[in-house]
Design a protein around this ligand. Structure first.
Ligand SMILES: *Cc1c(COP(=O)(O)O)cnc(C)c1O
Length: 359
């Protein structure tokens, strides 16, 4: 008879048996439980509309050449970014901005070195830094979720790499460009500015790239451009980082289909601008009509406080009403009572507003 042996799970790093990325609950699970055919998908800050016909056509055409490796430098995408967004050294990732974050950490940070994160925020910075055996230092935001600039500078002054998200996920908070500038001149290392939602706000951080050679701006096609399913991210980086980033990256970052789609998406400014206008309009409606304290947001979502209910209780109540929102209980430093809701399609937003008023 086979001997009962202890589980080989002990071979895994404890980091991955005990923690990991928390995904939004699957809509299929919720739909099945709630009896709705279609669930309002307002939990992941996606664009609710499919890519434009130009993007679908470009992607389909690229698929026909899938037998060939893609361009390792994603040259056409880089050219499109430099033409349509900012003429500055740029790096790309076929694993979304998540992949840019991982590669930047790999290029800069050795085991045991300090990585500073402004919290509460997106979990990926801490997860990727710990995966690289870095020491993560969290710097809490003020009570209104604005960045405590002095505390951030004090913690980050001697760190090689620090992370700040603006507009911040999940609070929606926009940090003033002047505050970012003060941080950039107050630290000796690199600041990674996560601009996943920047297209939805009024602040432009790109001019800072001209002035500071310790700034990385991370961006994504997952939100405003509607390509979350293709995993395309990019970053504007100082020129000195371009070579080491390429050396640290997994080869062939974008694939042929995602690159072709991304080039067409960036060129389709009408699709982007229409969605931005839709988000701004509905974001105001959400702030006005949600009968709970709501934070001002520069993103395509808002955060509201359902106390004395907990965020998990509220999320389940929304699910029963056919609406998928994000319970923010998993964001360290945020407490147990915040819910994040994305701006979706009109019927989704209306179903959400009806549900939140009955909560
Ligand atoms: C969605 C998101 C990203 C990255 O998304 P990708 O799909 O990996 O490009 C990065 N940062 C924040 C704050 C996000 O919310």
């Amino acid at each position: 008879m086979k001997q009962q042996s202890p589980s080989k799970e002990v071979l895994c790093r404890e980091l991955y048996t005990k923690t990991g990325y928390v995904f939004a609950k699957s809509p299929a699970e919720i739909a099945a439980a709630s009896g709705f055919d279609e669930v309002a998908m307002l939990g992941s800050n996606e664009n609710p509309y499919p890519p434009s016909p130009a993007v679908l056509e470009a992607a389909a055409a690229a698929l026909a050449a899938a037998n060939r490796y893609p361009d390792p430098k994603a040259g056409e995408f880089v050219a499109a970014l430099r033409r349509y967004i900012c003429d500055h050294p740029v790096v790309t990732s076929g694993l979304g901005m998540d992949g840019v974050i991982e590669t930047v950490i790999r290029a800069l940070v050795s085991p045991g070195e300090k990585v500073v994160v402004s919290t509460p925020t997106f979990s990926m910075y801490g997860l990727a830094a710990r995966a690289a055996s870095a020491v993560v230092v969290n710097v809490p935001r003020a009570a209104d979720f604005s960045v405590d600039v002095d505390a951030f500078i004090a913690a980050a002054a001697d760190a090689k790499l620090s992370f700040l998200c603006t507009p911040n996920n999940p609070t929606g908070t926009v940090t003033r460009a002047a505050d970012i500038e003060r941080i950039l001149s107050g630290i000796s290392g690199v600041l990674f500015l996560d601009n996943a939602y920047v297209e939805f706000c009024d602040t432009d951080y790109l001019p800072l790239l001209q002035k500071y050679d310790n700034l990385i701006i991370g961006r994504t096609l997952s939100k405003v451009y509607g390509l979350a399913g293709l995993r395309v991210g990019y970053g504007f980086v100082p020129a000195w980082l371009e070579g080491p980033y390429a050396a640290a990256a997994t080869p062939f970052t974008l694939n042929r289909v995602s690159e072709a789609a991304a080039v067409a998406a960036v060129a389709d400014t009408a699709y982007r601008d229409t969605f931005i206008a839709h988000v701004r309009k509905w974001r105001e409606t959400f702030v006005r009509e949600i009968p709970f304290p709501v934070l001002a947001s520069g993103a395509n979502f808002v955060l509201f406080d359902v106390a004395p209910m907990t965020s998990n209780e509220a999320m389940e109540a929304f699910a029963r009403a056919g609406v998928l929102v994000r319970s923010c209980a998993s964001f360290p430093g945020l407490g147990e009572t915040f819910v994040r809701v994305s701006v979706g399609d009109v019927w989704e937003n209306e179903r959400f507003l009806a549900a939140v008023k009955r909560l």
